[in-house]
Design a protein around this ligand. Sequence first.
Ligand code: PLP
Length: 414
Amino acid sequence: MSISRFTGIELGPPIEVFSLVKTFGDDKFENKVSLVMGAYRTNEGKPWVLPVVKKVEKLLAEDDLQNHEYLPILGLEAFSRLATVMLLGENSQAIIQGRAFGIQSLSGTGSLRVGAEFLARIFHYDTFYYSTPTWENHKLVFTNAGFKKGCEYRYWNAETKSVDIEGMLQDLRDAPENSVIILHACAHNPTGCDPTHEQWKQIADVIEQKKLFTFFDSAYQGFASGDVSHDAYAPRLFAERGMEFFCAQSFAKNFGLYNERVGNLVVVMNNPKEVAQVKSQLTLIVRGMYSNPPNHGARIVATVLGNDDLHEEWKDHIRVMSNRIKLMRKALYDRMLKLRTPGNWDHIINQIGMFSYTGLTERQVAHLKDHYHIYMLRSGRINICALTDKNIDYVANAIHDAVTLFADPNKNSV
Ligand SMILES: Cc1ncc(COP(=O)(O)O)c(C=O)c1O
């Protein structure tokens, strides 16, 4: 065999979510349950194509004016305009004054990447801060975009199962000027715990005083509470206070358009006269990365947000999804109480969004997988809407068993 230049390449570590999904797929056990992937499921455990999305897809398929020409480098203008309004609100002064705009990008991840690349290349920012814990991809995205230093700020208090606001504020106060602070706009992944309105104001104060730069990650707007405005509290607060920031908007969860990669990078700045320059630099970044974004999903979102009836229909859908999540939170909580499972379970109903950070230990998580074929992240994060009327008793009994068998008085928070 001839020598290959590829010899000696190290095997990269697996991505936990995707590798668990693969193991789950290969598992032959009939009653297996996957609580892994962050995607909505119906009570039948199936993905849901939103009816309004299906309707618009049919309209588009019949529309002879549609074609497959390239979109502009910064994407579909109607989409990014409407998406930016969705984030900042109808009466946003930043939009009215022409100093806020969006560019279409490849879902939430792509928007984060383009924004991070801009901050690294153009501003030469090199330090970013993420919450402990956070969505596991933040580090990779920012590092690959050119950031040199990733730092943690305290976020989750395992004792109180809520936001460690004092720890968070202190870590932000200690951050060097121009550090980029990644903030989950709502439904923090994985903890499901958001700052209160009062705490958001404190966070904004520190970011302003210490001259830090905010990068919101908004992956769950509307999907979290069922109310688009409620879930946009933080970015709207920052905009109203005249703060400059980026926000990566994803339409994966709230439109169920996961694999269409629909996202919008929102830029809020102080001087409308600089918008053209910023856009031109973003254009160069996108051109050198993927040239231009795909049309299909963005066209669907633009059509829905741009039509009053379709928009109302979509609002019904996000209420259906968020209500089902709340229902399953309550269902799990009730069962834990009924089973008298040791510990306090209030966090299951207090957390928001599709995830619950259960507090299960790694040992308990392993037991659930090995013994019951119930899959979840090592951290104990579960996707609440993967619970159904059919599997909830099985899962609750299994958790009860794991917690009873492998109690950890120091770490086990359940
Ligand atoms: C916090 C957070 N940010 C960003 C994303 C990005 O998702 P996508 O790139 O599919 O829009 C996710 C998806 O799970 C997320 O949870």
